[in-house]
Write a protein that binds this ligand. Structure first.
Ligand code: RUG
Length: 829
């Protein structure tokens, strides 16, 4: 009875010793307990790594307390919830971020110091959680931080890859890939939920039955795999709210496959069952094209099926029927990767919950919103119909039904314009029939979102023109953002303290608009002096890292010029390298006296190439070949250095960004949907040298284009230039640097031949030749500004001051209010 329940609760409460204590003394005790019983090592002898593990467990204990409170509160209040579905999350390290968000930074530093450890050293023991490729995945992680901080009732769902993004090893200047077995030493941050698991079905057949005059579909699977939940608590900053990132791991199913155990081939049947685990084994390392790979499709379905089963179960726990499902739930599709969720939700509600098609269709159209991160129609995901039919026979039926109804409706609206009907159809007809996943997502979502204002323009006029004309009100943009917690507070503690001192408050850490308050001090000599001091310390840290990883010694007086991001032709790392070669060539041909006027530079490039992307891999090799030549040339000395930072990832970014003077964002206009690296540099007071593309356009508006170095063809010029083709003249300097590469000045003549051809005359799709002259001008302007320390520092302060709009807090608030319809739900304890 309830009396018993109350008595039990009181007893439990009595047994509980209150919340875990967070003073340095209690933390020390808890750390030592975890050293002894969890790690386990003797508390009299443990090293930095073991200290990290124990420390992480104490943080996790505190996260769990808050997590329980938050989830209980959400359950009681029953607010509308957001479920964020993404196949990729680049979380990076958790220790520093968690203690900062929870507000225990000083206590932990002191506790560790009293135990004879240094917090920073301990934090560096942590391996990155690299469950994603690049911008899209890091943006997901930033959004989780903002969702928690702003008290939104939200959960993330994803896949727990055993192997995250490959580790990049450079041998002889070439990229090699090594598996990232990040779970090797355990993962103290996750909570394994063996009791939260769902069967996910594949293959098999669909049987139709008529029950009470209604047709029912019974999917009899040919394969079953178990999805087991691993929870990763995400603490908000300045709040007890702690939300959840639930990642699914594939395990052999307990119930299925029993018959094979009777065949006598016991060993083989066990091995076969074990194959189930391959589904969540490895992250696909290509961030742009995923065409028709069976394993990839299995990953996608596995994760959305488990997530939706979980969401529906939780909903049913506290609601008698599905009437208010769409008032209580928002489902966000992060790119097209989770789009099978649409068909899966229909299947669950129709086949398992026996709702009517029309009821379910209404629910679907009310709950889904879809953010696209793509600009090129060609790279939009397609799934061969045969593949889908064999793997998910029931879902194929549902997709056909959706498409049939959509086409019928569309004919009523646009008439028999067969070309347009064919373009908009979810099924692409042809020799190989395919499902157009983007079309599916647009048709079934209430909102389609671009990631910057310029991106939305491209969606309207190019990528999804037909759909925009049909449903203009569906299309919106929400400019991306980055979290200032990780990208200033965690990664640049000295700048963080300086900002707080000058603003007289730490509130900017959750109300980032306050950063504009720095504007009025930008010319203040004493702020400038402190600002320069902080920047120089960060440069020193970076210089040490460069020396350790590439053996190159660099001067702190040089301008640190950085381009870090995935290697892509459209991001034009090659343009950067050709600029470096030009600079080198100029220095070589200078009279001795003129060299005094050269502004010394350290050019830093980092990034991974997809393993199958030949051109990108050649760019990496070229970087090393050019570096080899320049860095060993006594004519050049400290005037110019080129370094490639290997194995770029989130924690490398945390070190590099605060130490950069100048950062480069060189995408050909119309190719970068948004970009978020630019925002992180901006926050840290690094000046931008950039094209007018993606979110950089909005940064320029906020900052004033005079406070950055802008160059290159504008969006509206690009198409015309491409049409001109050969008639676009590249400047002589461009021909000259290309010739140096082609003629073997940096060795490897044959290997670089095809790379040079990519920018040759009418081949030069990304317009390196056209943009080269204005690129060099922008570089010269940057040199000139750098010499004027007062001016440069002012521009640097203004950059940080302008970064508030590019916080993911702003992005999330816009999504919450305009797209998801969710409200803050702050746990009061
Ligand atoms: O390339 C885009 C970036 O411009 C953007 O900032 C980021 C987050 O929206 O997503 C990147 N992206 C796009 N990563 N993968 C894709 C391909 O779908």
């Amino acid at each position: 009875g309830s009396g018993d329940g109350k008595a039990k609760a009181e007893r439990m409460f009595g047994l509980m010793n209150g919340f875990l204590k967070n003073d340095p003394y209690s933390l020390q005790k808890d750390i030592l307990d975890h050293v002894e019983f969890t790690v386990p090592r003797s508390r009299f002898s443990f090293d930095d790594f073991e200290a990290y593990q124990a420390c992480a467990h104490t943080v996790k204990d505190r996260l769990i307390e808050r997590w329980h409170d938050t989830q209980m509160y959400f359950k009681r209040k029953d607010p509308k919830r957001l479920y964020f579905l993404s196949l990729e999350f680049l979380m990076g390290r958790s220790l520093s971020n968690s203690v900062i968000n929870m507000g225990f930074q000083d206590q932990y530093a002191e506790a560790l110091s009293q135990l004879g450890f240094d917090f920073e050293v301990v934090a560096e023991q942590e391996a990155d959680a690299a469950l994603g490729n690049g911008g899209l995945a890091r943006f997901s992680a930033c959004q989780m931080d903002s969702l928690a901080t702003l008290d939104y009732p939200a959960w993330g769902y994803g896949l727990r890859y055993q192997y995250g993004l490959f580790r990049q090893v450079i041998i002889d200047g070439y990229q090699h890939e090594q598996p990232d077995y990040w779970l090797n030493f355990g993962n103290p941050w996750e909570i394994e939920r063996v009791h939260v698991s769902y069967a996910v079905k594949f293959h098999g057949t669909v049987e139709e039955k008529t029950i009470d005059g209604e047709v029912r579909h019974d999917w009899v699977p040919g394969e079953m795999v178990e999805a087991v939940a691993y929870d990763n608590p995400i603490p908000g900053y300045g709040t007890r709210n702690t939300i959840n990132l639930r990642l699914w791991a594939a395990k052999p199913s307990g119930e299925y496959d029993m018959e094979s155990f009777n065949t006598g081939d016991y060993i083989n049947s066990v091995v076969n069952r074990q194959n189930a685990e391959t589904i969540s084994n490895v992250l696909y390392p290509d961030d742009r094209s995923h065409q028709g790979k069976e394993l990839r499709l299995k990953q996608q379905y596995f994760f959305v099926s488990a997530s939706l089963q979980d969401i529906v179960r939780r909903f049913k726990d506290s609601h008698p029927n599905f009437e208010n499902f769409s008032e209580k739930i928002a489902l966000q599709l992060n790119d097209t990767h989770p789009s099978l969720a649409i068909a899966e939700l229909m299947r669950i509600l129709i086949d398992e919950e026996h709702l009517k098609w029309n009821t379910v269709w209404k629910i679907v159209c009310d709950v889904f919103s879809f953010t696209t991160h793509t600009v090129s129609p060609e790279s939009l995901e397609k799934i061969p119909v045969d593949l889908l039919g064999s793997l998910l026979p029931r879902h194929l039926q549902i997709l056909y039904d959706i498409n049939f109804k959509f086409m019928e409706d569309l004919k009523k609206k646009i008439g028999l314009d067969y070309d347009r009907l064919a373009r908009m159809s979810i099924i692409k007809e042809g020799a190989v029939k395919q499902i157009r996943v983007a079309n599916l997502s647009i048709v079934c979502s209430h909102t389609v979102i671009g990631v910057s204002r310029a991106h939305l323009e491209l969606l309207k006029t190019r990528v999804f023109k037909d759909f925009y004309e049909l449903w203009p009100e569906k299309f919106q943009y929400k400019t991306n953002g980055a979290t200032q917690r990780r990208w200033i507070v965690v990664s640049n503690p000295n700048l963080c303290a300086l900002i707080s001192r000058w603003l007289g408050t730490e509130s900017w850490i959750h109300n980032v608009d306050l950063l504009t308050g720095l504007r009025e001090h930008a010319a203040d000599a004493s702020l400038q002096q402190d600002w320069q001091k902080v920047r120089r310390m960060n440069k020193m840290r970076l210089a040490e890292y460069i020396e350790a990883t590439s053996g190159v010694t660099v001067s702190l007086d040089a301008m640190f010029d950085v381009q870090i991001k995935r290697i892509h032709e459209y991001k034009r790392q090659l343009l950067n390298l050709l600029g470096v070669i030009h600079r080198y060539d100029c220095i070589k041909n200078m009279e001795k006296g003129d060299k005094r006027r050269v502004v010394p530079r350290v050019c830093i490039i980092g990034g991974k190439a997809a393993p199958g992307y030949e051109v990108a891999k050649k760019i990496i090799k070229l970087c090393h070949a050019v570096a080899e030549k320049i860095n060993n040339d006594p004519d050049v000395g400290d005037l110019l250095k080129l370094v490639f930072i290997p194995d770029y990832n989130v924690s490398v970014a945390e070190l590099v960004i605060p130490g950069a003077d100048l950062s480069q964002h060189l995408s050909t206009a119309g190719h970068e949907p948004s970009g978020t690296g630019n925002m992180k540099f901006l926050m840290n007071g690094c000046l931008l040298l950039a094209t007018q593309d993606g979110s950089t356009i909005e940064i320029a508006e906020e900052l004033g284009v005079d406070n950055m170095f802008s160059f290159g063809a504008k969006l509206h010029e690009v198409a015309a230039l491409r049409e001109k083709g050969l008639a676009v003249k590249a400047p002589l300097q461009f021909a000259r640097v290309i010739r140096m590469v082609r003629d073997g000045y940096f060795g490897h003549k044959d290997y670089f031949k095809s790379l040079c051809e990519t920018v040759d005359g009418s081949n030069d799709f990304y317009l390196l030749g056209h943009d080269f002259a204005s690129y060099l001008e922008a570089q010269a302007a940057a040199d000139k500004a750098f010499v004027d320390k007062e001016k440069w520092t002012r521009m640097s302060i203004l950059s940080t001051a302008a970064s508030g709009r590019f916080s993911s807090d702003r992005t999330i608030q816009e999504y919450a209010e305009h797209t998801w319809g969710i409200e803050p739900c702050r746990c009061p304890f």
